[in-house]
Design a protein around this ligand. Sequence first.
Ligand code: NAD
Ligand code: UD1
Length: 307
Amino acid sequence: MARYLVTGGCGFIGSHLIERLLAAGHEVRVLDDLSTGKRENLPAGVPVSVGSVADAAAVETAMAGVDGCFHLAAVASVDRSREAWLETHQTNLSGTIAVFDAARRANPRGPVPVVYASSAAVYGDNPEMPLTEDAATRPLSAYGADKLGCELHARVADGVHGVPTTGFRFFNVYGPRQDPKSPYSGVISIFAGRIAKGESITINGDGEQVRDFIFVKDLVRYLSAAMDTPRPGAPVFNICTGRPTSVNRLAEVLAELSGRKLDRRYGPARAGDIRVSIGDPARLVAAFGMTCDTPLEDGLRETLAWL
Ligand code: NAD
Ligand code: UD1
């Protein structure tokens, strides 16, 4: 049994990770500013410190005595990073440096490992598909630029300060507890929430943009496995399926599964939107010996059932 800090643990992905860690018998505590996360996402009894990762003292306190940290706190919306550039940077990059820095001193036995969320957004408009981890990084958004910054600082954490880190470039994650009401949420939760109620959806641009959607319960298995076996050299892995789905197709499948007629409107394309994002999972599968195997329709059914 180990003791872990999960930053952003009250959020969508964090809450699924915590379920998994608790089931494995670990002790968990959370640092979260509750900006998008909710305490109700967590089982009773998980201690939550309400504070920001951009506050170095709050991070230091939350990290004291842990055996490792899962760092998921971030402003996860690309759109929000466009509206609030400097503010989101303070969380998404400065907050990550605060986490790596505190990991140096967290435990009297020495620096503790950090497993952190990067993003497919680091690839930006790179047209090589599917994207391998060696593909050029050309972020289009402040969000993607900051996630790339996290990876660069992870190398510093490892090489200069002896903090073992593992970064994961999550592609588009979906599943229960992704907030359907927030305009800053992921496309699946927004569409699922509206289509299930018979409301219209807005497709940004022509809807032929493509994403690689991963079910959240597949994803969290990699995070816990990475903590169990820290690797040298600050490695970074894609978490993806390698399977493309267009936004138009996604809307059609959701309408079919919820037995509703699809009412879709087309709006302007989103500034800084990526056109095609499909990852190559080969390195992930080779390192961890498991695939993201939940079929999209099964994951969507489970998401709709949760609403
Ligand atoms: P989420 O918004 O549900 O979770 C983020 C959590 O971080 C929330 O609980 C929020 O309250 C908290 N938070 C935000 N700013 C904070 C701050 N300054 N200090 C402390 N806590 C703060 O989003 P999510 O989808 O669960 O995202 C988790 C991580 O995964 C993020 O790092 C995100 O960038 C990354 N990611 C998500 C996706 C996706 O498709 N959902 C894809 C790639 C990467
Ligand atoms: C998402 C994640 C981001 C992550 C990235 C990795 C969220 C909120 N964002 O960004 O954290 O790093 O994946 O690949 O989870 N769309 C519509 N109509 C809507 C909402 C969205 O057409 O109402 C379109 C968008 O324009 C975009 C696509 O759906 O083309 C996906 O959008 P979104 O779910 O916001 O995800 P990303 O921007 O890919």
